[in-house]
Design a protein. Structure first.
Length: 253
């Protein structure tokens, strides 16, 4: 229709009409492109929101996981504390970590450790080997990394905070590998003394072994330190996951 009109105007040399027809075509194309771009952006934003909703679901699973792992660490830490105290070998509750290259010192104080309680007289022997590790809930994050779709997100600051969180998750999981080595070393030290993991040995009897055996004492003290650090890792991940969930779910409110 417009093409026929333009040809007619050309034949009749109606330049003003030709200009107006040209303007109508340009404006129409421009508006059409803008509408198409707007639709594309809306689709990208909708996809972004879906991904963020799924990340929030994964983070909530992480929250539950940190609680379970923390409870396990608390159980192990309280048993170790009770055994070492009774053996007169309780570790220091405050210590300093130094970084000579950076000329910095970090002071740490161990948080409260709950008293060990159980109706089972042999529970402490099992408790010091109780080991639950963090299960990483990162299906959505991994999919975004693998497909490269993170670069399409509008809020890149939020993307960076999500990336930092999952980097800390990996750091915690790497620490757990070292924790497992300490658990096995503590088990080997008890095996050497004839005590298996399911052995019927009381807390008092374990304390006497620790008191008399320097290697077992050192292994349990080291395991105590690793367990407390594990507990702090989980507390930190719990706080960060909670903040990310609040930020993600509060975006459209």
């Amino acid at each position: 229709m417009i093409l026929r009109r333009v040809i007619k105007h050309f034949r009749e040399q109606e330049w003003t009409a030709i200009f107006l027809d040209f303007l109508i075509v340009v404006v129409g194309v421009f508006v059409g492109l803008q509408v198409a771009n707007w639709n594309d952006q809306q689709q990208v934003r909708a996809q972004e929101e879906k991904y963020l909703e799924r990340i929030a679901v994964d983070l909530r699973a992480d929250l539950n996981e940190t609680v379970l792992v923390s409870q396990n660490a608390e159980w192990r830490l309280s048993a170790l504390e009770a055994i070492l105290k009774k053996a007169g070998a309780a570790p220091r509750r405050t210590y300093v970590m130094e970084s000579p290259l950076a000329n910095e010192k970090e002071h740490f104080t161990v948080r409260e450790i709950l008293p060990f309680q159980s109706d089972d007289p042999y529970a402490a022997n099992m408790a010091i080997m109780a080991a639950r590790t963090f299960v990483r809930n990162s299906h959505t994050y991994d999919a975004l990394v693998n497909t490269g779709e993170f670069q399409l997100f509008h809020d890149q600051d939020l993307v960076r905070r999500i990336q930092i969180y999952y980097a800390q998750v990996e750091h915690a999981r790497g620490f757990e590998s070292n924790l497992n080595k300490r658990l096995h070393a503590a088990l080997d030290a008890r095996h050497r003394l004839g005590v298996s993991m399911p052995a019927s040995i009381t807390l008092d009897a374990l304390a006497k072994l620790v008191e008399s055996d320097i290697q077992l004492k050192a292994e349990l003290q080291t395991l105590w330190f690793y367990t407390d650090t594990h507990r702090e890792f989980m507390a930190d991940l719990h706080d960060k996951a909670k903040k990310l969930i609040t930020e993600i779910e509060g975006r459209n409110k």
